[in-house]
Design a protein around this ligand. Structure first.
Ligand code: AMP
Ligand code: MG
Length: 284
């Protein structure tokens, strides 16, 4: 357990459980039953969220420093969401202050010709973390059963067998020392409309607006079906999914921070033993 951090909201955040957002293995997920506006675990105002997140950021920094120093564990964080779901914002706010030497963001966009010439896990495996490293996947191999399924980019029999392949791949990574945690940022159709409109109206955000996002939006129900399949089939003890209520950005950040802190604390990491004889060293 880490030391207590003061926060103005005076929330005892260390004892709050994120279990309700975790998808238990082999449960059938219906996203209608997961409220994107939920704020039950941090029932505070948006103003009180900032100091709380700052306190949690400090703890995450300590744990990431320990991960790096110990050089033993590998940590893989997967972020998945529909357009405007908040993947980029999460990376900016939750990981603010971590040591860039030990944390990498790996974005997965439309595959290149070289990537397409290989199996779908080829580009992904190359980006998985080494010892002491944390890697954040901004999109991931799950696109190969999401956009690929909805857009019919491969035959059904090909994407259907990928759920089992993905579970085995993740199990192999876990057995080889990788801690995996996966987040689906859950927003609703109205929230996406507002966020797309903001991108359209704000010249500094227009670069993020792709006309093609509207065609994707029109297929919302098919994407939700595809996400439900992912969450139902690929949440495992060694690589659990969390469904994060993400209509409120501040709440999303708190939930993700807390899950990461809990996950890293469970590793029971410690600093490497100092070199023999350090107690006798005199610096002149
Ligand atoms: P963005 O996250 O806005 O940079 O967009 C990345 C785009 O790449 C999204 O439209 C994804 O659907 C797309 N993408 C990611 N992975 C794949 C994949 N394996 N096959 C096809 N499209 C993909
Ligand atoms: Mg985009």
């Amino acid at each position: 357990m880490g030391k207590k951090h003061a926060n103005e909201a005076n929330v005892d955040w260390q004892s709050i459980s994120m279990k309700q957002y975790r998808v238990e293995p082999d449960t059938k997920v219906k996203l209608d039953n997961w409220d994107p506006n939920d704020k039950s675990q941090f029932d505070i105002s948006k103003d009180d969220a900032a100091p709380l997140l700052a306190a949690m950021n400090t703890r995450l920094e300590e744990l990431q420093e320990l991960l790096y120093a110990e050089g033993k564990h590998k940590v893989l964080v997967v972020l998945q969401a529909l357009d405007t779901g908040g993947k980029d914002g999460t990376i900016r706010h939750v990981f603010e202050g971590v040591n860039p030497a030990g944390v990498t963001v790996a974005p997965f966009g439309v595959p290149t010709a070289e990537e397409l010439a290989h199996d779908y896990l080829w580009r992904v495996h190359k980006r998985t973390p080494g010892r002491g490293q944390m890697v954040i996947f901004n999109r991931s191999h799950y696109e190969d059963v999401l956009v690929v399924r909805v857009e019919g980019l491969v035959p059904e029999k090909v994407w259907k067998r990928r759920y089992a392949q993905i579970n085995e791949f993740e199990q192999m990574l876990a057995e080889e020392g990788t801690t995996i945690v996966k987040f689906y940022l859950h927003i609703d159709l109205d929230e996406q409309k507002q966020r797309l409109q903001e991108r359209l109206d704000d010249p500094s955000k227009q670069w993020k607006f792709a006309i093609g996002d509207l065609a994707t939006r029109a297929k919302w129900p098919a994407y939700i079906d595809a996400y439900e399949a992912v969450l139902s089939k690929t949440s495992t003890t060694y690589a659990p999914w969390y469904v994060v209520p993400a209509n409120r950005k501040w709440y999303r950040n708190l939930v993700i921070s807390k899950v990461l802190i809990d996950t890293l604390e469970r590793l029971e990491m410690s600093y490497p033993a100092p070199e023999e004889g350090l107690d006798k060293v005199v610096i002149v």
